[in-house]
Design a protein around this ligand. Structure first.
Ligand code: ATP
Length: 459
């Protein structure tokens, strides 16, 4: 919808039980959100669609679920202890911290967190007079400094000093994939090229969590790492890029709201890096990264673990350290993209309705069942029969409260594709009204034909 604001989405998400701010009754906890009854269904459907597309439909990709905690040296090998940082700059007056790269981007500079501290500082100092502190309004900035994003914990550390030898909550899920590369290879019949996919929580001490569920400190990632023979890295990369783009079409995102963004400042080991960007209410921003990473990851883990992570290809009789191409996306970012894409306000016979036109496979509730009146046991029993049938197919909601028009509006706002009303005619001829979310058309369907008429949505 044109002119859709982030506030429209935040408000619907709260009002209708998709997303709640964390710890609200305690005044909130920045950078964390809770998914309510419809949010958890939506997130589960996004994850199921991703898993189906990335694992179930692919003979060459297998799944994994590794622990959130891992050996601390993994984060040294990966470069996170040294280099997983965002550039921040502090207001000397009120000590508010902002992300230097984000501010510079907004001023039209090509800046990102991968640039060196010195380079970013130079750029920032050039523009410092144009940047007012968003909290106190002063222009009293210090120097740009890198701030490490890893979240530390005392797991397994019983000394008083928390900082002694910390273990980390994982900053990304893919390290669990790299360190299980050999295990997967040895325990399955899979051969290169092959991929390992994983969905799980990750934690980042983001300096300025913002834009609702776009940037959070606790996030859930869906990552697939594909291990390839070095010479075929770029061919496989092109294939993966197209495969990932098509995923967004299968979950109903409009293609005109997607675009590619090529990274100009590559990290030293990367061969190529593109992001798929989505047009959020605050502009086109990264939805997912699709990157060609060379042999960096396995080489680093070889070095730090002392284990040989090379692969022997018996057909060509050669040994090599596999190169990796990756696809990495956050569940929350897809959820925000889906809510943005689906949100519409329509005029129906002079009345406004807000409707979420979510792809039926992804919609949190598939069917809603309404007995016309709650105090007529014949209607309620018949409706129960319908509910029992449909709830075996997918998430169903029961609503016997208020007038039918209001019940439809409520389901429109949470994106339920079909609503079923059981009325007095049902008792005579066993038909019910099936109302379609997008067209608002109502048709009468015999209960015994219900399942075959509805077709299949993935539950
Ligand atoms: P950004 O530049 O937005 O900080 P990034 O380049 O650091 O993201 P990656 O480390 O490549 O992101 O993470 C891969 C994906 O994980 C991103 O494309 C995004 O979908 C998701 N993601 C990363 N950080 C966050 C976060 N703080 N909150 C929500 N999702 C995130």
């Amino acid at each position: 919808m044109d002119n859709l604001s982030l506030e429209d989405i935040v408000s619907l998400a709260k009002r209708r039980g998709f997303v709640f701010p964390s710890s609200e009754i305690y005044g909130g906890f920045a950078g964390v959100y809770d998914y309510g009854p419809y949010g958890v269904e939506l997130a589960n459907n996004i994850k199921a669609a991703w898993w189906r597309y990335m694992v179930q439909l692919r003979p060459d990709i297998v799944g994994l679920d590794s622990g959130i905690f891992m050996h601390p040296n993994i984060w040294k090998a990966s470069g996170h202890v040294e280099g997983f940082s965002d550039p921040l700059v502090e207001c000397r007056n009120c000590h508010n911290r902002i992300r230097a790269d984000h501010v510079l981007e907004e001023l039209g500079e090509q800046a990102d967190e991968k640039m060196s501290e010195e380079h970013l500082n130079e750029l920032f100092q050039k523009h410092r007079q144009e940047v007012k502190c968003p909290v106190c309004g002063k222009v009293e900035w210090g120097d740009v400094k890198n701030f490490n994003l890893l979240v530390k914990s005392n797991l397994g550390n019983f000394s008083d000093n928390f900082d002694d030898n910390p273990s980390y909550l994982r900053g990304e899920t893919c390290q669990g994939i790299y360190v299980n590369f050999l295990n997967v290879l040895d325990s399955t019949r899979i051969k290169i090229p092959f991929g390992i996919a994983q969905i799980g929580k990750a934690f980042r001490n983001e300096i300025s969590p913002r834009q609702f569920i776009f940037r959070t400190r606790e996030l859930e990632q869906m990552e697939m790492q594909y291990f390839v023979e070095p010479d075929s890295e770029m061919d496989e990369y092109e294939k993966l890029r197209h495969y990932r783009w098509d995923f967004y079409k299968t979950i109903g995102l409009r293609e005109e709201n997607l675009q590619w963004h090529k990274h100009e400042n590559l990290v030293f080991y990367a061969k190529e890096a593109y992001d798929i960007e989505y047009k959020f209410p605050f502009g086109f921003k990264e939805l997912e990264g699709v990157h060609a990473r060379g042999d960096y990851d396995l080489t680093q883990h070889q070095k730090f673990s002392g284990k040989d992570l090379s692969y022997f290809d018996p057909i060509n009789n050669q040994r090599f350290v596999p190169h990796i191409i990756e696809s990495s996306v956050g569940v929350g970012r897809i959820m925000l993209a889906i809510l943005t894409d689906a949100y519409s306000v329509e005029d129906i016979n002079g009345e406004k309705r807000t409707v979420l036109k979510i792809h039926p496979d992804i919609a949190p509730i598939k069917y809603a069942v309404f007995p016309l009146l709650r105090n007529k046991p014949e209607l309620v029993n018949k409706a129960r029969e319908v509910y029992d049938q449909l709830s075996k197919l997918g998430m169903c909601e029961w609503d016997d409260n208020g007038n039918i028009g209001k019940r439809y509006r409520r389901q429109d706002e949470i994106g339920t594709p079909k609503c079923m009303t059981i009325d007095f005619q049902t008792l005579e001829d066993n038909t019910i009204t099936v109302r379609d979310r997008d067209t608002t058309l109502q048709t009468r369907v015999n209960i015994s034909d219900l399942v075959s008429t509805l077709g299949s949505v993935k539950a």
